[in-house]
Design a protein around this ligand. Structure first.
Ligand code: NI
Length: 169
């Protein structure tokens, strides 16, 4: 938090640039970084790359969210339903806070080989995707908090608020 890259509007990636060694290497590095810091999502601006690209997913045993790569994502909120829940961010270490997000979304994007893909997501995966797409627009989850009353250090979150659920990236 504080690095200017986190506050920039990112650039779309040319489809012809996606299946190149440089981009493929970046995507692999982003998965490595995400796993190393036990995150469930990582957007390119978090590694100071101003591209419209993010990776997300938890371990393969969790069918909630398989690993995904989204390039140039376009999000559409489905319905009016919102839900408030805890989020964290690798760029805002050791902090948690409650953020209201759309329960259901549809996303169109390109995959890691530049092929069009579409998915709908509800609940936790929908929250993760909204959080990551915010990163591509220079928005941090703190900006989305309606109040800072729930702003919590990770130690206190673990002690008082963790219900054994995942808590964003
Ligand atoms: Ni984040």
């Amino acid at each position: 938090m504080g690095h200017p890259a986190l506050r920039q509007l990112t650039q779309s990636i040319e489809p012809s640039e996606i299946d190149t060694p440089a981009l493929q290497h970046l995507i692999d590095d982003m998965f490595d970084t995400m796993h190393e810091y036990a995150g469930v999502g990582l957007a390119a601006p978090q590694v100071h790359q101003e591209f419209r690209l993010f990776v997300a997913g938890v371990d393969a045993s969790d069918s909630n969210m398989r690993p995904i790569v989204m390039v140039n994502p376009q999000i559409e909120l489905i319905g009016q339903a919102m839900e408030e829940d805890w989020e964290g961010c690798l760029s805002v270490p050791d902090i948690r806070g409650k953020v209201s997000r759309s329960v259901e979304i549809r996303v169109r994007s390109l995959d890691r080989h530049g092929k069009p893909q579409q998915m709908t997501a509800t609940g936790f995966p929908a929250r993760v995707i909204q959080h990551e797409i915010d990163h591509l627009n220079g928005i941090l989850f703190l900006d989305r908090m309606k109040s800072f009353e729930s702003l919590t250090f990770l130690d206190e979150y673990d002690r008082y608020w963790d219900k054994g659920e995942q808590s964003g990236d």
